[in-house]
Design a protein around this ligand. Structure first.
Ligand code: BJ8
Length: 422
């Protein structure tokens, strides 16, 4: 793990705590990722990014800021990266999946809220995330109760702009989100002093769509049996997509897809074709939450798809590229988000359809419904999803967990039993 003390110090990180946080990562990463058999060569790039996770990319962002370009961070798939990029800025997904900063967050926030919220806030309080520190401001959204109250608290520590997401996909819901997109555009322009033009926005829309398309191409390779890449490697790639430079990410991932497509042509898999194929559906798994994938795959299964925001919900919905002027482009941006079937919407029937479709397309043997502790919206949708899967004769089980290792033994036993049953 490369050290960049001078830069980290300038950014205001707590160097001692930062070392405590990063020091265990190489061993963990080797255990979960590097030791896998038969990994695609193209994973080298992503291994390199993780090996310097708080280095090279942060340096690039510091350089962007020095040029006067905004660095804006967010926590949700609804926030339109395109507007940030069109203003010449960098858009970073901050959603945190580490246990390390949670005890600190629990000194300020209730214990019984979602670990994702506690981890995000804890990273700021502990000053161990350079992406937070390099950000001009962060963007929250009113997706769930925990998040919307967390922004009030976070705003005391870093400027936090909040987008009001509707609860329904009604006509007024569409209108509200459209006006929120317009308000966000004005906010970026005002804070950055940059004008967002039709041309710049058209380029940004194309770029981000291309990033989504390359992820789709990557996911499509996993439909093959045997799967040419492991679930944990794909999860890692998706997690890195949230903060890597988009053009470089596209180039590296296209190259990896070529390798995977050649593997498929040669019937070369990362596991044999008998391995139980698993779809994970549910809450996101931000970096570095690798626990569930690692348990499933070390027990002989292979994760072939994730219906999560670190999975298909991140890339399936694209922005229409036919906007002729800013007004049309902003409508197109807002429509993309309204096509994401997050459990924060009511009703949300289309999510059940998505899960059935994905189970079918990826030819899965079973579904693991993943619920972060205290996430009510996803938890409450479980029964509906489970009923539909049972009707379709697809085995399903629900796992509730957090980012700690406390439940690893218990999860291992449950997942082993589930895989044996398939
Ligand atoms: S679009 S899934 S990224 S809101 S924070 S709702 S887990 S209790 S993250 Fe999400 Fe956007 Fe939807 Fe995707 Fe539950 Fe936790 Fe809330 Fe969460």
């Amino acid at each position: 793990m490369a050290k960049h003390y001078e830069m980290w110090e300038k950014l205001g990180l707590d160097l001692e705590k930062h070392d405590q946080f990063l020091n265990p990562v190489p061993e963990l990463f080797t255990e979960i990722f590097i030791k896998q058999d038969n990994r695609p060569e193209g994973m080298d790039y992503y291994d390199f990014v993780v090996g310097d996770i708080h280095g090279v990319r942060v340096k690039e962002l510091v350089a962007e800021k020095d040029k006067g370009n905004p660095v804006i961070s967010s926590f949700c798939a609804f926030v339109p990266d395109e507007l940030i990029i069109a203003a010449g800025g960098a858009s970073i997904g901050l959603c945190a999946g580490a246990q390390f900063p949670i005890p600190r967050a629990e000194l300020e926030l209730p214990n019984d809220i979602c670990p994702l919220i506690k981890s995000s806030v804890g990273f700021k309080l502990e000053r161990v995330c350079p992406y937070f520190e390099v950000s001009d401001f962060v963007v929250g959204e009113t997706t769930c109760d925990g998040k919307k109250k967390a922004w009030e608290f976070l705003n005391e520590h870093i400027s936090t702009y909040v987008m009001e997401l509707p609860n329904t996909k009604s006509a007024s819901g569409h209108q509200l989100w459209q006006s929120e997109i317009e308000r966000f555009k004005l906010e970026i322009e005002e804070r950055s002093g940059r004008k967002i033009t039709t041309e710049k926005l058209a380029e940004a829309i194309k770029l981000v769509n291309k990033k989504r398309s390359v992820l789709e191409r990557l996911y499509n390779t996993r439909k093959a049996n045997p799967a040419p890449i492991s679930g944990r490697d794909t999860l890692l790639i998706t997690q890195l997509a949230f903060f890597d430079d988009p053009a470089r990410f596209i180039e590296k991932t296209e190259k990896l897809c070529e390798e995977l497509e050649a593997r498929i042509a040669n019937k070369q898999g990362v596991v044999n074709s008998e391995a139980p194929r698993i779809l994970i559906a549910g809450t996101p798994m931000p970096l570095p939450s690798w626990k569930l994938h690692s348990i499933i795959e070390s027990n002989g299964g292979v994760v072939v798809c994730e219906e999560t925001c670190t999975g298909t919900r991140y890339f399936e919905s694209k922005v229409a590229e036919n906007g002729q002027n800013l007004a049309e482009q902003l409508v197109n941006l807002s429509e993309r988000a309204m096509n994401i079937n997050c459990a924060c919407f009511t009703p949300n029937e289309a999510r059940v359809d998505d899960i059935l479709r994905l189970a079918n397309e990826y030819n899965v043997d079973g579904v693991i419904y993943y619920n972060l502790q205290f996430c009510q919206t996803y938890n409450m949708e479980y029964n509906k999803v489970a009923d539909a899967l049972k009707k379709a004769d697809i085995p399903v089980t629900q796992i509730e967990s957090d980012f700690s290792e406390n439940d690893s033994g218990q999860l291992n036993t449950r997942i082993q039993a589930f895989l044996e049953m398939l």
